[in-house]
Design a protein around this ligand. Sequence first.
Ligand code: NAD
Length: 395
Amino acid sequence: MDIKAITICGGGNATHAIIPIIRKQFFGKLNLFLPFGDEANHFQELIDEKGFLTATIRDEKIYGRPDKVSKFAKDVCKEADLILMPLPAFAHEQTLLQVVPFLKEEAIIGAIPARSGFEYAALKILKDSKKEKVKIFGMQTLPWACRIKEYATSVNILGKKRSVGMAAFPHQITSKLTSALSRLLDLEIKPLPNMLTLTLANVGQIIHPGIMYGLFKGKEKVSYQKETIPLFYQGVTKEIAKTLKAMSGEILTLTEKIKTMYKNIDLDHVLGLQDWLIYSYEGSIADKSTLQTCFVTNSAYQGLRAPVKKDDDYFLPDFQARYLTEDVPYGLVVSKAIAQLAKVDMPIIDEVILTISKWIGKEYIKGDSLEGKDIKDTRIPQNYGINNLEEIIAY
Ligand code: NAD
């Protein structure tokens, strides 16, 4: 796979980490597309002043800078062989709409991480723009925990996943793309057989809304002092673990039903939550005996607190946190929509979606189905004219 020019979209934490990582082994053109607000000007000014971006990974420092930065896709996307979107899922579609018209036919564009249903939006936009030859991919998670220290100047890379799954469409490119991205991102990337795996194996859709539900249902108005803000993962009680296990069970039931209906679909990478935790955090979980202990004895999760917002001298749960506004409309609701097509009930996931919808001021479920007024703002397949499982399993 010959990649001579790469464009990165967006200027958040993940982009700050990816620029120096890619620059370590990539000597082609590296451009940055920053359509959001005044980011392009701001980034350009600062990078010109500082010269390069510095990423700190433990004791190591790595450096890099983009060749060109622009607010306009036409300036930075035309020559790209590879376009990376390390963005929150709610920015995918508006970014694709701007980028796609300028892509060359042989380009490959993907989301890091994909979250759920990325392929429905991406393939529809490519089709509408008559760019059907462009290929897409999605990664299962963001491989790094990273935080900007100073915008366009420095970033801390706090941790790196052992390995990350990636699916592409058409499937024939998956293997070559996995090797190319593994080299570029200095990481083990494992090929996944289809994009539906990304949707069903999106564990963030269970963990983030499920723990928020468990921690704050019935305690929405409780305020906390700094030191009493609930621990997020270590705050998983037996009761919360029961909810998480039930949610994971409902996703597995859906997966099994699809496997029974379509014998050729490979969904073997969709794991139960406890199995996924043990696989992903093998070395850092002290007690693997139950789902609860996999959370509370996981050193990678130590000390991380629930998202809160400041309210005078106290803190309240932050119901606009990504854990809810990203993982419900671009996660749980998508799985629920597929379950509706497969005629699988999800009573616990319904209850979590209904409760969180109220918290975030949205309506996704009305009556028993996904007909709430805000369903149009989610990434369910039905929003892209996909109303049957045959099409969903084809990607
Ligand atoms: P971020 O919040 O730092 O990204 C913000 C950037 O996204 C903005 O600077 C802007 O460039 C772009 N953006 C935001 N809203 C936009 C909009 N409406 N239109 C266009 N562009 C917009 O996000 P991040 O921390 O880099 O995370 C990227 C993804 O990775 C998210 O899905 C996040 O949940 C996931 N993730 C991040 C981490 C981490 O450690 N940072 C860890 C795990 C997963």
